[in-house]
Design a protein around this ligand. Structure first.
Ligand code: HEC
Length: 140
């Protein structure tokens, strides 16, 4: 975490330096603000602690359609073998797959965001954490 922050800071600082050399100070300040906002967003994402209560809500509303019984090749919540296979991918990849979908999966097509248009990335991360917990597997 500290390493990531250090790299981000270094990159933002270099951008500021490069921009200031151009003599356009206002532009450099705007760029710094923009970078700072991106950094804040990324850090929020990286340190997001899953909210399992929210995860259950999202699951019950969206993911349940396919993941309860395993419709269309989805991993059913009680299919431990499939969740152990999923667990090997690691939490970061699982969440990334929930966000972007798995267009050409081994078992079927996982639609991006489970087709939920009003789910935030955090909602999806919470839902994945809930599903993993219910499936009884440990994911790093
Ligand atoms: C239309 C059915 C459908 C819905 C709705 C759906 N999924 Fe999926 N999901 C799938 C299928 C099919 C797969 C298996 C893809 C494959 O072959 O690997 C999958 C796989 C996954 C995986 C493991 C994929 C991997 O390889 O990393 C995760 C995590 C996941 N879904 C999360 C969710 C979450 C969270 C939601 C709710 C927001 C959701 N899914 C809603 C069909 C669905």
């Amino acid at each position: 975490m500290k390493k990531i922050l250090a790299v981000i800071m270094l990159v933002s600082f270099s951008i500021v330096l490069i921009e200031s050399c151009g003599g356009d100070a206002k532009k450099a300040v705007d760029k710094t603000k923009e970078v700072a906002q991106t950094v804040k967003k990324e850090v929020t994402k990286a340190v997001h602690t899953p909210d399992l209560t929210n995860g259950k809500k999202v699951y019950d509303k969206v993911c349940v359609a396919c993941h309860m019984t395993g419709v269309a090749g989805a991993a059913a919540l009680n299919d431990k073998a499939r969740w152990e296979e999923n667990a090997k991918l690691g939490m970061k990849v699982l969440v990334e797959h929930a966000i972007n979908g798995v267009p050409k999966g081994k078992y079927g097509v996982m639609p991006a965001r489970g087709s939920c248009t009003d789910c935030s990335d955090e909602d999806l991360a919470d839902a994945v954490a809930y599903m993993v917990k219910e499936a009884g597997v440990t994911v790093k």
